[in-house]
Design a protein around this ligand. Structure first.
Ligand SMILES: NC(=O)c1ccc[n+]([C@@H]2O[C@H](COP(=O)([O-])OP(=O)(O)OC[C@H]3O[C@@H](n4cnc5c(N)ncnc54)[C@H](O)[C@@H]3O)[C@@H](O)[C@H]2O)c1
Length: 447
């Protein structure tokens, strides 16, 4: 990358390994989100559609002063894998290939899917690690058998090793169903305890943790797109650091929570109070069916609830947010399929306590919003793995931008404000490329 063209980056940039060769993407769960992601990448590669919603493909980044007029595309600034170099595979508990699964999901129209059919049919899932105890509403048929959890994790490791032989680098992303709510226990506190738990079939070790353990053991980055407890506990953080395999989670920030983390910071910035926030959703895809089970819903609820508390900081602003009543509902409603509808009623109050209301009605498409996030996470995790400064950090907090319940270093509260997250992400890119950070101070324009 020429320093001239990119605007002032120095030695830092040269230490990042180039994105040469093939990037293998292993997707856990080839359902609605995953197939929309995979088919979308192929449609873009063929020039049939644009990668809308993806920062890595369409985003730009300002470098230097506002007067410099230097705003390259993100993908021209940092060395990311090219879409043409991505090779997909994945696991699922059903045998359907990606074409069949995408057809069932009914997110993309038949005309587009038919054009992509010969390619999509070639992607067939590997048998999954699954146990109905952790996802009550599904009953898998295409699953691995093993004598214990250690054995199952080793089978996943063997899948990753075999795929590694066909590509140059690998990233794993969880796009599978939401598992039941699990709290971290002693078994999650160190690699040693976790490995003992694998041998003893510890009940607090869910299948998603086996995939994460397998990936990290192989030095492969792992992203968690769902709200289940998967990489966010000390054993995984330790393994991630030890094997220089970056991690991030949890839960793609797509529709309602994305809007929440835009609106709430605006109220707080203007010191407007909020007394109530009622959020409800209807959705009819398989994700909706899984979330209809109270134990999976609890996992999602926890993930969705957290953002407001952190953004409003009621302990600092008791007059404005101490009594906030926050409620979230998700209702399974089959007629809507993937075309979810979300309503938010927000009771706010202003000057002298006078009340007002805001209504948000978001008619969205769940997987259309999630697919570009999956793409960006995969490409940025691969970048992190090639960046000496990032690869051994464990948690990649700069990817919070994409996540509903972002993982942080121990003892840190998560940053939920979408615009702070966006600044953090872009400043991280500037930093690793040796470019100047942008603080938005701007006094120099008035000297
Ligand atoms: N779409 C969004 O906007 C969005 C946002 C945030 C999070 N998510 C999460 O992303 C995940 C995927 O959503 P979706 O709409 O694609 O759901 P989906 O039900 O269409 O797909 C999930 C797939 O995972 C498979 N699966 C389940 N357990 C598995 C296992 N142990 N191993 C391998 N495969 C397994 C299922 O068979 C299914 O094909 C869900 O957990 C959802 O909560 C989605």
């Amino acid at each position: 990358m020429g320093t001239e063209k990119q605007g002032g980056q120095t030695a830092g940039a040269s230490k990042i390994a180039p994105a040469t060769g093939k990037l293998g993407v292993m997707v856990v769960g080839l359902g609605a989100v995953a197939t929309t992601f995979i088919a979308g990448v192929e449609a873009v590669r063929r020039g049939l559609a644009k990668p809308i919603g993806s920062m890595t493909q369409m985003g730009t980044i300002r470098l230097g002063k506002r007067t410099d007029n230097n705003t390259p595309r993100v993908k021209d600034f940092v060395p990311l894998a090219d879409l043409k170099d991505i090779v997909f595979t994945g696991w699922d508990i059903f045998e359907d290939n990606v074409y069949e699964s995408a057809s069932h999901a009914k997110v993309l129209d038949e005309k587009l899917l038919d054009q992509l059919k010969p390619y999509l049919e070639t992607i067939k899932p590997l048998p999954a690690v699954f146990d109905q105890y952790y996802v009550k509403r599904l009953n898998g048929t295409h699953i691995k058998k093993g004598k214990n959890k250690r054995d199952l994790a080793n089978q996943l490791r063997a899948d990753i090793q075999a795929f590694k032989k066909t590509v140059d680098r690998v990233v794993v992303i969880w796009c599978a169903s939401t598992e039941i709510y699990i709290k971290a226990t002693d078994v999650h506190q160190s690699i040693e305890a976790f490995e003992k738990g694998l041998d003893n079939d510890d009940i607090a070790i869910a299948p998603s943790q086996l995939y994460a353990y397998a990936a990290l053991s192989e030095g492969v980055p792992f992203a968690n797109g769902a709200p289940n407890l998967t990489v966010d506990f000390p054993a995984m953080v330790e393994l991630s650091k030890r094997n220089a395999a970056p991690i991030c989670g949890r839960d793609f920030k797509t529709g309602q929570t994305m809007m929440k983390t835009v609106l709430a910071p605006a109220f707080k910035a203007r010191l407007l109070g909020v007394s109530g926030w009622f959020s409800t959703n209807i959705l009819g895809n398989r994700d909706g069916e899984v979330l209809d089970d109270p134990e999976s819903f609890k996992t999602k609820e926890e993930s969705k609830l957290g953002s407001l508390d952190y953004i409003f900081q009621p302990e600092l602003y008791p007059d404005l947010y101490k009594d906030l009543y926050h409620k979230i509902r998700i209702n399974y409603y089959p007629p809507r399929g993937d075309e979810k509808e979300a309503w938010d009623n927000i009771d706010i109050f202003g000057w002298l306590g006078y009340p007002m209301q805001i209504k948000v009605n978001f008619l969205c498409r769940d997987s259309i919003l999630a697919a570009p996030i999956a793409l960006d996470l995969v490409l940025f995790l691969d970048l992190a793995k090639r960046t000496p400064e990032l690869r051994s950090l464990g948690v990649q907090e700069w990817l919070s931008f994409y996540l509903k319940s972002p993982q942080t270093a121990e003892g840190l509260y998560p940053e939920h404000d979408l615009f702070i997250q966006s600044m953090k992400l872009k400043n991280t890119l500037r930093h690793i490329m040796g470019a100047e950070l942008i603080t938005h101070l701007g006094l120099e324009y008035y000297d």
